[in-house]
Write a protein that binds this ligand. Structure first.
Ligand SMILES: [Zn+2]
Length: 364
């Protein structure tokens, strides 16, 4: 007899309590191991394979888990005609079948269910009403990156090549007066160094924030002046965007930026030619926290990152937003992120420790 009351899925994530983060009522992509659980069982409940649970949580011995341990649950892969649905309170397989205009056998088959028992927070594959949009996943920029890498070997990076358990935190779009100082406070508190890709148009009046970044051991890098999509600009305009921010940073720090992250990760071949000649290395990211999404709370940001992290990962976050954009979840997620990464044996390093690059141009 299976205990119906093992669930609802425990959302009592100890790290979040430590960090003071309140979790949304809906299920998250974390699961706290209960006495008697097995990886196989947990995988089954979440539509995942035991191997993927083990690898996402870097379990030293596959299948070895302890009660109270928090597992990150990788999002199950879905077919084109499926999407994921999180079971809400008091729902049954039958009500879900009605809701998505399908039948019980479709749900049982697609979700590998051996019984009709489901629980709050469980992921179920349900019929996709619409086809998923293509290229809208935030990684569309990758399209021409292999070509850019081939054109300028060693000058374009998405991640570090290291096998060591090192990752870099990068924060884009700052400085601002609201979130960037809070992020700097937390980084100082944890003794972690990060890299800030600065938007030049955000610097005026906030020079002291940039000074603080450098004084506290962080790297400052170039994220253009006005944050345009470089693929829609001429080469002359691209160079002007980068040069303008370089000048502003130099006036404050005395250093010329040599690391560039183009807005949205987008770059043209000719723009890159000119910028490499000017001494730049382009550094995008391998892990998108998606912290810019208004619907992503701290636990979702953490899950986005932890489910993708691996040695050499370059993690994209933001330290400033557009007007009215609330980055509180980013700030809230940061302590748990640092604690979690370190608990998993990861060292958090500046980009220059992860990549064979210099942060600043020589001789200035
Ligand atoms: Zn940006």
């Amino acid at each position: 007899m299976i205990n119906r009351f093992r669930s609802p899925l425990s959302i009592a994530l100890a790290l979040f309590f430590l960090a003071g983060v309140s979790l949304p009522a809906a299920a998250s992509r974390t699961y706290q191991v209960q006495p008697g659980d097995t990886v196989f069982q947990i995988a089954r409940w979440h539509g995942a394979s035991p191997e993927s649970i083990a690898s996402h949580n870097q379990l030293n011995r596959a299948g070895y888990i302890i009660p109270g341990q928090v597992l990150f649950i990788p999002e199950p892969a879905t077919l084109a005609d499926e999407k994921l649905y999180t079971v809400q309170n008091n729902e049954s397989l039958f009500t879900i079948a009605q809701k998505f205009q399908t039948n019980l056998s479709w749900l049982r088959q697609r979700n590998w269910l051996s019984a009709d028992q489901i629980y709050t927070g469980q992921w179920l594959k349900v019929p996709a009403v619409t086809q998923p949009a293509t290229g809208g996943n935030g990684n569309a920029y990758v399209w021409n990156i292999p070509a850019l890498m081939a054109r300028h070997p060693g000058k374009v990076f998405l991640q570090g090549a290291t096998q060591r358990k090192q990752v870099a935190l990068t924060f884009d779009d700052g400085p601002d007066l609201e979130y960037t100082p809070q992020i700097l406070d937390l980084l100082a508190q944890f003794g972690v160094k990060a890299t800030f890709f600065l938007k030049g148009a955000n610097i005026a009046g906030r020079e002291w924030v940039v000074t603080r970044m450098v004084r506290e051991g962080h790297l400052v890098a170039n994220h253009s002046y006005s944050h345009p999509d470089f693929r829609k600009l001429t080469t002359v305009q691209i160079v002007a965007e980068v040069t303008k921010t370089e000048g502003l940073v130099k006036r404050i720090t005395g250093r010329e930026t040599a690391l560039l992250r183009p807005p949205y990760g987008e770059m043209t071949a000719e723009g890159l030619d000119r910028l490499v000649t000017a001494g730049y290395t382009m550094v995008n990211w391998s892990v998108d926290s998606k912290d810019w999404r208004a619907d992503h709370q701290a636990d979702q940001i953490l899950a986005n990152i932890m489910s993708q992290v691996k040695p050499g990962a370059i993690i994209l976050m933001h330290s400033a937003g557009g007007s009215g954009q609330d980055l509180t979840p980013t700030v809230k997620a940061l302590p748990a992120l640092i604690t979690n990464l370190q608990a998993m044996g990861y060292e958090i390093v500046p980009l220059t420790d992860l990549l064979p690059v210099a942060a600043y141009k020589p001789g200035v």
